[in-house]
Design a protein around this ligand. Structure first.
Ligand SMILES: Nc1ncnc2c1ncn2[C@@H]1O[C@H](COP(=O)(O)OP(=O)(O)OP(=O)(O)O)[C@@H](O)[C@H]1O
Length: 258
């Protein structure tokens, strides 16, 4: 079994006493990933926001390399190496690409033993951003802004990256490009990735698999298994997009005409 970097144990969280996330557990190691798939309102953002300290959990534990970070403040969690790319690519619209990247340096610079500046490596990964260093973020395309949001998080030298709906509002060809970058960050930078999406198709290429978020709980997906009816019922319960199968390219169905 691989070593775990991020471990989430029996996490319960919500708002004003509600249970949006109910007994969620998982772990990811360096270079590994988890896709969290669910519909609007399933609780994907709540899960990521709880891990990054923006929502206080009702119970459960979050461990980073065995260290309990459950009750740390968001800035201390970021400094510990867990960085969050929120939904809606919140870049600083009035700042240039270079300035946006430099705002991301702070978390990484504060970490012990992380003296090397990742600026050049980040720009090597995103040559499109290197071409636009002096361009204001608000004048960039949606895809470029999403890449900038991810690149800014990388400036903080994450060991764990939480990415909320990176495909939202982007054309399929751009979604593919962003996915390739995220896969590189996982495979070649060794970052542990947790990616939330409404469609399994958008995460499988990044992390090689996913779990469904149903009724606040993460549910394993055994897409190679024989129990297709249960699997379909889970997707429907999750309100998630039914994925296309890798082999046929057709939507997974229960054999009926839909
Ligand atoms: N700040 C908040 N205060 C109260 N309720 C909230 C708050 N944020 C989210 N919720 C509720 O928690 C539930 C889960 O929302 P969340 O944003 O986590 O879902 P999601 O799966 O990320 O959806 P989306 O795809 O729309 O982002 C929803 O019912 C939502 O209304």
């Amino acid at each position: 079994m691989s070593e775990s970097l991020l471990t989430v144990e029996s996490l319960v969280a919500g708002y004003h006493g509600s249970r949006v996330i109910d007994d969620v557990s998982f772990s990811v190691g360096p270079g590994e990933g988890l896709g969290v798939v669910g519909a609007n309102g399933a609780g994907k953002s709540t899960l990521l926001r709880t891990i990054s300290g923006l929502v206080a959990p009702a119970s459960g534990r979050i461990l980073l390399e065995g260290r309990d970070i459950t009750r740390l403040s968001p800035d201390r969690i970021a400094r510990a190496g867990v960085l969050h790319v929120p939904e809606g690519r919140r870049v600083f619209s009035g700042l240039t690409v270079h300035e946006n990247l430099r705002t991301g340096t702070i978390a990484g610079a504060a970490r012990a033993g992380s003296s090397a500046d990742p600026y050049d490596a980040v720009l090597d990964l995103f040559p499109r951003l290197r071409e636009r260093l002096n361009q204001q973020a608000q004048t960039m395309s949606g895809g470029e802004q999403q890449m900038l949001a991810i690149a800014r998080a990388l400036m903080g030298r994450p060991s764990v990256l939480l990415v909320d709906e990176p495909a939202m509002g982007l054309a399929p060809v751009v979604v593919k490009r962003v996915a390739e970058h995220l896969r590189t960050i996982r495979e070649h930078w060794g970052v542990a990735l947790v990616v939330a999406e409404q469609s399994a198709n958008n995460v499988d290429g990044i992390v090689g698999g996913h779990q469904l978020l149903v009724d606040g709980r993460l549910r394993e997906v055994d897409s190679g298994g024989s129990d297709r009816a249960n699997l379909l019922a889970a997707y429907r319960a999750a309100g998630a997009d039914v994925p296309t199968t890798a082999r046929s390219g057709r939507a997974l169905t229960d054999g009926k005409n839909e």
